[in-house]
Design a protein around this ligand. Structure first.
Ligand code: THU
Length: 149
């Protein structure tokens, strides 16, 4: 296909349409991470890759546990790598399931992405690229803590 990322991935919303993210490359990294998932209980592997504002890429996979409730989502691993490798802001994120297609992050993980990407961070979804403030409206975040200080 000769089109840009917006054409390749269908509809985009708002300002997210204007980005120059290599979404296919990010999807490939997310799939590579997904293939490392440790998901012997759910058999639901997840991988995620994120572009950081300094140009590097971070990724993660889900890591489950015999004590089911302490399993780690893929986004937890990615955010951990983000911080460990120098921090920065996530600008684009692609999360995939076992089929390699876009998977919506769970609510808890949207909160993680909000903390490290904020409202402008772009997220690939089954409906195309959306901004974080579209997938987590009226989010609670660091600004709320400032208000009460
Ligand atoms: N999972 C993630 O890794 N990220 C999400 O955003 C959704 C769910 C994982 C957790 C668990 O290991 C498996 O998917 C099934 O819920």
């Amino acid at each position: 296909m000769s089109g840009g990322p917006e054409q390749a991935h269908g509809s985009s919303a708002g300002e997210a349409a204007a980005d120059d993210t290599d979404w296919d490359g990010l999807q490939r990294e997310a799939i590579a991470a997904m293939r490392r998932a440790y998901a012997p209980y759910s058999h639901f592997p997840v991988g995620v890759a994120g572009l950081v504002d300094d140009g590097r890429t971070v990724s993660g996979c889900n890591v489950e546990n015999a004590a089911y409730g302490v399993g780690l989502c893929a986004e937890c691993g990615m955010v951990s790598e983000l911080v460990r490798t120098g921090g920065g802001r996530l600008t684009s994120v692609y999360c995939v399931g076992g089929d390699g297609e876009a998977l919506m992050p769970c609510g808890r993980c949207r909160q993680l992405l909000w903390e490290h990407g904020g409202p402008d961070c772009r997220l690939m979804t089954p409906e195309g690229v959306l901004r974080m403030d579209e997938v987590l409206p009226q989010a609670f975040g660091p600004d709320n803590l400032e208000e009460s200080r």
